[in-house]
Structure formats: C-alpha cells, structure tokens
Design a protein around this ligand. Structure first.
Ligand code: ACO
Length: 459
C-alpha cells in the first residue's frame, strides 16, 4: 500500500454538559468585584458535570455521536487514542472502556490507549494517531482521537476557570484539514505549576501565577522554535503572525489567550531585528532590547502589544474562543474546541485555504506548536463543507443548556467531593435535562465497576 498523503482531520465532534453556571452570577455569589470573571478573565459561562457524568461517559458520548453523525462503522477504525487528565482508574484506560462501542461488532483489533499530561494529553494522542496513519503499520482504516476532561477546581480564585467536555476527531488520509508535514515545535520541562498529586480528589494543586508564567514561556519557546524550523524548511520565507489566517490556543481563560496573541506580536517585533523602518513599530524602540523571559508580567509590553495586535486578534483568534468563553477550560479538548469554534465562525469560502497555527499547553509541563492547512481544492472542499455542516448542532445546543444557580453548582461540586471514588455508589442527579444520546453513569458496584446507559428521549 502506498503511504497516505494529506493526513488530517476528516470529522470532528464536540460535547459539553447540558448545564452551566453564569459567570456574572458566580461573581456575585463569590463576592468578588463585578467584572472580575467576565472582563478580567473573559469568561461568560462555565459548563460542569453532575454525578451522572464522568470521564468514561463524556468520551462514550462524544465517540458515539461522532460515529452516528458521520456514519462511521466500527470496522472503519484501526486506532483509538484518548487524551485526558481525569483519572478514575490507575490501571484501566478510558480507551478500554470505549471498546464497548466496538466489541459488539467483532472489532477488537484496535490499537491505542490513553495519554496523560494535564491539558496536553489530547495533543499527544493526536500526534500518536497521525504517526500511525503515516507509518508502515497503517492498514487503510482510520484513527479516532478523543480528548475529554471534567475540569474542576477547589473553592477560591481558580474555580471560575473550570469547564467540562470532550472532542473526538477522525484522522485519516485525503482530509479537508491537513497537518503540515515535518513541521512541529515542542517545549517540555519539569515544573510544579499545576498538578494532581492527591488521587482522592478531583482538584489540582495550582500555583496560578507560576502557571501563567509557564504557559507564556512555553508559548514563546514553541513559537521561536516553530519559526526557526519553518524558515529552515521553506528557506525563502519569514514566519510571523502574518503567515497564518487563524491562530488557536489552549484556553485556560479567554483573557490569557488575548494576552498570548499579543505575546506572539511581541515575538514578531523582536524577530524583526532593526525594526525602526516598519511603520507599525514606530515609537517602540524602548522595547527592542528586552528579553522575552524578563517580560511575562511587564504591563507596558502587554498593553502596547495588545493594542498593536487588537485587530489581528479579533480576526484570527477571537472567533475560535466561542466555546472556551461559553463552556470554560475543558482541559485536553480546549484547543480542539477552538478548532470547532473557528470552523463554525466563517463561511466555507473564507475557511478554504486558511493556514491555522495551533498551540497546545499542558501544565507540568508539555507544549507543542504545529500548523494545519484547510483544503481549498474543489474535491476536498466538498468534504470540508460536509465536515462543517455536521457542526450545525453546536450553537443550538449551547443555547438550550440549563442555567444553574451558583448555589446548586456548589452543592453539585460538594456532592462530587464527598462521593469521589466511592463504591458502591448510586448517582442521585436527574437525567431529565441531559441531551438526547448522552451516556450517563447508572451505578458503581462494590467492586468499583461502572455501568452506563444512554439518554433516549421520545421525539
Ligand atoms: N473588572 C475587570 N477586571 C478585573 C476585575 C474587575 N472587577 N477584578 C479583577 N480584574 C482583573 C485583574 O486585574 C486581572 O487582570 P490581569 O490578568 O490583566 O492582571 C484578572 O482580572 C484576574 O484577576 P486576579 O486578581 O489576577 O485573579 P486571581 O489571582 O484571583 O486568579 C488565576 C486568576 C491565577 C488565573 C486563577 O483563576 C487560577 O489559578 N486559575 C487556574 C490556573 C490557570 O488557568 N492557569 C493558566 C495556565 S495553566 C492551565 O491551563 C490550567
């Protein structure tokens, strides 16, 4: 078999829970100043799971929905990869739970297990899937990548930056969204910025300020490395933000993404060397000799480059923050929810041919930058149309979610805390408001074995 070409994303599905807490309500409830979460963090709503959902159910739901919507048969899948940091079991993978969707059809020859490193696991899973499709082990079937998490924080300043959800992607050759081959930059280090050492709790230990510094440092390093590698690969080309029609970021909260976009504009400024001749850089000489690592919290740099890059941010990144703003930080799916948001934000003709830069970050820390090209030739454009048209459920479903009071939200989180890893356990929350087709936790028996059922509503 000849090696596949144009390997990329052939279909994508997003799932978020059917209830949310409004960030205005949460500001009032938490007695912080009005605007702290909505303006200061840039968040509007936060999705969350009650005791009917866990990482297994989130992933079962999103995979089942992707397969049903795109008419994918179990025998079409040769590799299934999961990225998550929501750990229910120290041994048994979420991937093995998902085999319930394949086994009944006699499909058990499916490679892949789980990848974990905070919000980066989905990207690690994706890279594995791409490598398989490009390898000698590829057998003509496609790969499925699932990123899912239930992102919850203890009470305090980090709580409004939670979220929950899952994204599934079908990976294969001749795709309408293609990975740029042979061009990726990574930055990996040992850091204690955010981690989950207490296996009896769903909450991370987080050093907020350090996590922001680590995120921005990883962004600078990945971008510099990506630019250097791209310039080596395409020797005639200088890479800058102008090289991309869209830039996607892992989104802990939307304000950090806006600052990150400005950070890339600052990188471009420094990379342009003697920049006094460039009109947009006039008056910025005082920043020319700064070192990236000295400026993570430099307000002057931040404000200047946010103003300078404001229009570009509005065009290239803001549309990709739709789900991040309305669901929150879903952890591993966050950056891929950015891709979904981008795809539903522009007409097909404007999407076609777009070069997309992707920055994925997971605390601890692991980060990568890579790029995608959205197809523009007529044969794959119809696949693109198909892929995008299948996302028409996203906005109506976002709008049909139930708004829950902060009191109820807090009660749900307290209940999850109390019952975390408890066995046997019978979930108490109602399934009445869940979306049709959602998997829910039916029970946990005295041997910690979980069973799931699917919500079926009469139409
Ligand atoms: N109106 C408008 N803006 C306001 C208001 C107000 N009333 N009140 C505060 N703000 C602004 C602040 O000035 C600040 O802006 P700045 O970021 O430009 O300085 C912003 O709102 C946040 O306020 P802080 O006081 O800095 O917030 P706090 O320190 O309480 O918490 C933090 C923020 C650290 C992000 C916390 O939510 C957290 O720890 N989150 C989890 C960690 C995280 O997401 N890290 C990012 C990368 S790692 C990852 O993805 C998990």
């Amino acid at each position: 078999m000849s090696r596949p070409s144009s390997v990329g994303i052939k279909a994508i599905e997003v799932y978020f829970p059917a209830q949310y807490v409004d960030q205005n309500d949460l500001e009032e409830f938490d007695k912080v100043s009005a605007g702290k979460y909505t303006v200061g963090l840039g968040q509007s709503k936060m999705g969350f799971c009650n005791d009917r959902e866990d990482i297994n159910s989130l992933c079962l739901t999103v995979v089942r929905r992707l397969m049903d919507r795109h008419n994918i048969k179990p025998e079409d899948i040769g590799r299934l990869e999961v990225g998550t940091e929501t750990i229910l079991d120290k041994s048994k993978s979420v991937k093995s739970v998902l085999m319930q969707l394949f086994e009944p059809f006699g499909c058990t020859d499916i490679e892949g297990v789980d990848s974990t490193n905070a919000c980066y696991g989905g990207t690690a899973a994706l890279f594995n899937a791409v490598s398989w499709v490009e390898s000698s082990y590829y057998d003509g079937r496609m790969a499925l990548v699932v990123a899912g998490d239930n992102a919850v924080y203890a009470t305090g300043s980090a709580r409004p930056t939670g979220g929950a959800g899952a994204v599934a992607m079908l990976i294969g050759p001749d795709a309408p969204i293609v990975f740029d081959q042979g061009l990726r930059a990574s930055y990996m280090r040992h850091a204690y910025d955010f981690y989950k050492p207490d296996l009896n709790s769903e909450y991370p230990v987080v050093d907020g300020k350090l996590s922001i510094q680590c995120y921005l440092g990883a962004l600078d390093n990945c971008y510099q490395k990506y630019c250097q590698k791209a310039q080596e690969k395409y020797s005639d080309k200088t890479i800058s933000l102008a090289s991309f029609g869209a830039v996607l970021f892992h989104s802990p909260y939307c304000k950090l993404v806006q600052k990150s976009f400005a950070r890339l504009a600052f990188n471009d400024f420094l990379n342009s060397g003697n920049n006094s001749g460039i009109s947009k850089y006039q008056g910025l000489d005082k920043f020319s000799n700064l070192k990236l690592e000295d400026t993570y919290f430099d307000r002057d740099v931040e404000k200047t480059f946010m103003t300078l890059s404001d229009d570009d941010f509005a065009r290239k990144t803001k549309p990709s923050l739709l789900l991040a703003n309305l669901v929150g930080n879903m952890y591993t799916p966050s950056v891929y929810s950015g891709l979904v948001s981008l795809l539903i934000s522009r007409p097909i003709d404007q999407l076609a041919g777009t070069k997309v830069c992707v920055f994925s970050y997971g605390s601890g820390l692991a980060s990568s930058m890579y790029s995608l090209t959205i197809a523009k030739d007529s044969s794959t454009k119809s696949d693109l149309e198909q892929l995008v048209s299948k996302l028409s459920y996203v906005i109506p479903q976002l709008e049909s979610r139930r708004r829950v009071s902060p009191e109820e939200f807090t009660r749900v989180l307290e209940m999850r805390e109390k019952n975390c890893h408890k066995a046997p356990y019978q979930p108490e929350n109602s399934i009445a408001d869940m979306f049709d087709g959602t998997y829910y936790l039916k029970s946990i028996d005295d041997k910690y074995r979980r069973t799931y059922e699917i919500v079926r509503k009469n139409k």
